[in-house]
Design a binder for this molecule. Structure first.
Ligand code: KG4
Ligand code: ZN
Length: 351
């Protein structure tokens, strides 16, 4: 089965071809037009997707060494994301499926991230075996879920304010590191001292509030932003510049330690032996190594996507479509699906 996946939910225009579970091509074009604005400008993102979508899809099909008539299924992100951006990819993919008389599979972008550690460069992969705890951390989402083999999942925690990626991007912006600042902080942190300054770890066992956060799997990163701003206001430019790597390492340590503590605690509480991390922030080298160490200490197995599949890409959309088809979660054509901007999954135990 050959699947074309299309992803345009934010500022990456991407197309990928999957053949029997193996990625044949995955073309990602990251938009540079937002850099000067310090964040993604929705209108510009939609226009840029529209300009590129046909050539990116063509490139993915050519690199896979097939023709578009050989495609069996077309899949695209239906949300969540910037609504105008989502609509460009969704309309293109639906139109192509209709023209080729092929089934169209709408994919939830966050769910595609959750299963991205199982994207395969080998044919015939079967996805996860058994339950796992997924930490999905991107620019828009911070979700902790218990995921089942049949693709069902329950959200047990989420951010109550900023997403983990926003915590990197917004504190990085304060330091003048451009957008997105996550990868820059990651690079700088490798040369810095993570113990240089202890920024707050909100809603953890070590947070300064009297309330106990044991077995609470929600996250909060807005206090970190305030704390970085306060610290910067108290020091002169020369001191800040001299210690840029140390500040980056300290910010990264504050974010990573919260993510690791809560994810491991969730796995132990729910007696799940496997953890996976996904989403743009899962590319972070500090998170990868700290999570790996914590998993080894606690006898847990860790699944991590390849760095190219951590940030937004269409291989994860095509893989999710294949998993949905193979698990019987998709049976008919879904032409005319409504694109959606927000994703509010039901919480475990919620009605
Ligand atoms: O998954 P993604 O590409 O897009 C969304 O769905 O949001 O994630 C983008 C986010 C940005 O906030 C970016 O700063 C962050 O992922 N990111 C990183 C790293 N690479 C990307 N954050 C920390 N360290 C990295 N190496
Ligand atoms: Zn994403």
């Amino acid at each position: 089965m050959k699947i074309l996946g299309i992803e345009t939910s934010c500022d990456e225009t991407s197309a990928a071809v999957l053949c029997d579970g193996k990625v044949l091509s995955n073309i990602v074009s990251s938009q540079l037009c937002h850099t000067d604005f310090g964040g993604v400008v929705p209108e510009l993102a939609s226009r840029e997707h529209e300009r590129l979508i046909v050539s990116i899809a063509e490139a993915a099909i050519t690199e896979a060494n097939i023709t578009k008539n050989e495609l069996d299924v077309i899949a695209a992100t239906a949300g969540p994301g910037l609504i105008g951006a989502v609509m460009v990819g969704l309309c293109f993919a639906e139109g192509l499926a209709w023209a080729l008389s092929k089934p169209f599979v709408p994919v939830n972008h966050v769910e595609a991230h959750i299963f991205s550690p199982f994207i395969s460069d080998e044919p015939g992969h079967v996805g996860p075996e058994g339950d796992f705890v997924s930490l999905t951390v991107s620019g828009g989402h911070t979700l902790l879920s218990i995921v089942h083999q049949d693709l069902g999942y329950e959200v047990i925690g989420r951010t109550i304010d900023d997403a983990a990626g926003e915590a990197f991007d917004k504190t990085g912006k304060m330091l003048g590191l451009g957008y997105p600042a996550g990868p820059v902080i990651d690079r700088l942190a490798r040369q810095g001292d993570p113990e240089f300054y202890r920024f707050p770890r909100a809603m953890t066992s070590s947070s300064q509030t009297s309330k106990s956060y044991r077995n609470n799997f929600d996250f909060s990163f807005s206090g970190l932003k305030t704390s970085v701003l306060t610290w910067l206001g108290r020091h002169d430019k020369e001191h800040i510049e001299r210690h840029m790597a140390d500040i980056a390492a300290s910010i990264q340590q504050a974010i990573v330690s919260v993510l690791v503590e809560k994810t491991v605690a969730a796995a132990l509480l729910h007696k799940v032996k496997t953890i996976s991390i996904a989403g743009g922030v899962s590319a972070n080298s500090g998170l990868r190594s700290a999570m790996q160490e914590a998993c080894i200490r606690n006898g847990l197995e860790l699944f991590v996507p390849k760095a190219t599949y951590s940030t937004d890409n269409a291989a994860m959309i095509a893989t999710m479509a294949e998993l949905m088809i193979s698990r019987g979660r998709f049976t008919e054509n879904s032409y005319g699906i409504a694109p959606f901007a927000r994703f509010i999954p039901a919480r475990r135990g919620a009605h």
